[in-house]
Design a protein around this ligand. Structure first.
Ligand code: GLN
Length: 186
C-alpha cells in the first residue's frame, strides 16, 4: 500500500504525518515524473485552489490525474482538494463547490460534529468551501447548518474541513480502507 500526496502547495506535510501514524507508506508528487510511480490512492490537500490548479497544469499533472481518477484511483480531497474535484476543476465528482463559503467572521473555526459512519469528529475549517450541489451518485457524509461538508462518490472522498490538523485519524483510516478494497479488486 502506497499513497501519493499532491505536494504542489498547501498542507501536504500534515497528511503525510497522518499516514505515518497509520503506518501507511506515502510519497509526494511535485511533477509528472513523481506521478509515474506506483500508487494505490491520492490525497489532494488544502491550500489555495487557484494556485494549485495553475501549478498542476504547468507541471503537466492535470490530465494524468484526471485520467487516473476517472479510472477509479481512490482520491481524498480536503478543503482546496475538495474544490479541485468539483465540476469546474478536475470534474471527477458530480459536485459544485462554493469557495470561501463562510463569511469573514467565520473564516476559520473549529467544531466537533457528526460524520456518517464514524461519529463525532473534530473539524477545523480554514476559509473553507462547502458543497452547494451534489448529484445523485454522491453520498452525503456530513452537513453543518444544512450545508454539505463531506461526501463520497465511489472511490472519491472529500471534506471541507482539515482532518489532517487533528489527532483523530479515523477519516484517514477510512480512506486507507477504500484504497485497500480497490487494491484487493486488483
Ligand atoms: N480558500 C481556499 C480556496 O478557495 C481553500 C482553503 C483551504 O484549503 N484551507 O482554495
Amino acid at each position: 500500500m502506497r499513497i501519493a500526496i499532491l505536494a504542489l502547495q498547501g498542507a501536504f506535510a500534515e497528511h503525510q504525518q497522518m499516514l505515518r501514524r497509520l503506518q501507511v507508506d506515502s510519497f509526494l508528487i511535485r511533477n509528472a515524473d513523481d506521478w509515474n510511480q506506483r500508487k494505490d490512492g491520492l490525497i489532494i490537500p488544502g491550500g489555495e485552489s487557484t494556485a494549485m490548479l495553475k501549478i498542476m497544469k504547468d507541471e503537466g499533472l492535470f490530465a494524468p490525474i484526471q485520467t487516473a481518477l476517472r479510472g477509479g484511483l481512490p482520491v481524498f480531497g480536503t478543503c482546496a482538494g475538495l474544490i479541485m474535484l468539483d465540476h469546474e476543476h478536475l470534474g471527477t465528482m458530480d459536485i459544485e463547490a462554493k469557495r470561501n463559503a463562510y463569511g469573514r467572521q467565520l473564516g476559520s473555526f473549529f467544531t466537533i460534529h457528526d460524520f456518517k459512519g464514524i461519529g463525532d469528529i473534530p473539524m477545523t475549517f480554514i476559509r473553507a468551501p462547502y458543497i452547494e450541489r451534489a448529484g445523485p451518485k454522491v453520498e452525503i457524509l456530513s452537513r453543518l447548518d444544512g450545508k454539505i461538508i463531506a461526501a463520497k462518490q465511489e472511490n472519491q472522498l472529500v471534506c471541507a474541513f482539515h482532518p489532517e490538523l487533528s489527532d483523530d485519524t479515523r477519516v484517514h483510516e477510512w480512506f486507507v480502507q477504500i484504497c485497500q478494497s480497490r487494491q484487493a479488486e486488483g
